[in-house]
Design a protein around this ligand. Structure first.
Ligand code: MN
Length: 195
């Protein structure tokens, strides 16, 4: 497990986030996109690689338009159970704010070298991951590509051109609600307001 950074950043006596202990094995690799209303709104895109969720923070969120290159800054690995986390990280804690599960599903890894499928770990190390998502909102092929000579661990997320690509649909605007609670962030806040 490569969760030491994840654990170091969090006080599990204060945050409701998963501790990353006792992970369940799952057979199909999963992905999740979490809408995170931290000091700055961003979308955390996480792909299962091995036994952890590799994670990227995407300020603008994913796009269905193959012309968009969405900046995706790599962050620390998260436990697999984080894919089901929706809640409020308390004030003063790392990443304080509301987390909604914006999309979730499985994915198929498609990266090739010389027309041969390579290991997902290898694609990650190479900085070029090609995959197909089967989510509730995001479907079809995407590419995560690591930018060279970047001082930050910066990648870009690009929609590949397939039948799920669109240059007119803003998926973030069109489908804003959590796939777990069915709530928008405003509705979520209202439902969790302590009075
Ligand atoms: Mn985040």
């Amino acid at each position: 497990m490569r969760l030491s950074e994840y654990k170091k950043k969090r006080d599990f006596s204060k945050t409701p986030e998963p501790t990353g202990e006792a992970e369940l094995e799952n057979h199909q690799a999963i992905f999740v996109v979490q809408e995170h209303h931290a000091s700055r709104l961003h979308y955390d895109f996480r792909l299962q690689i091995g036994s952890t969720l590799k994670s990227w923070a995407i300020p603008k969120g994913p796009s269905l338009n193959p012309k968009d290159k969405r900046l995706a800054v790599e962050t620390e690995d998260h436990p697999l159970s984080y894919a089901n986390f929706e809640g409020i990280i308390p004030k003063g804690e790392y990443g304080a704010g509301i987390v909604l599960v914006w999309d979730k599903g499985t994915f198929q890894h498609l990266s090739e070298k010389k027309s041969k499928l390579i290991e997902l770990e290898q694609a990650y190390t190479d900085g070029h991951i090609f995959f197909s998502l089967q989510g509730k909102k995001l479907k079809g092929k995407f590419i995560l590509h690591k930018l060279k000579a970047a001082d930050k661990p910066a990648w870009i997320l690009i929609k590949a051109n397939d039948e799920y690509a669109s240059n007119s649909v803003d998926i973030i605007q069109k489908k804003p609600k959590s796939i777990i609670s069915g709530l928008s962030v405003q509705e979520f806040l209202k439902a969790h307001k302590k009075d």
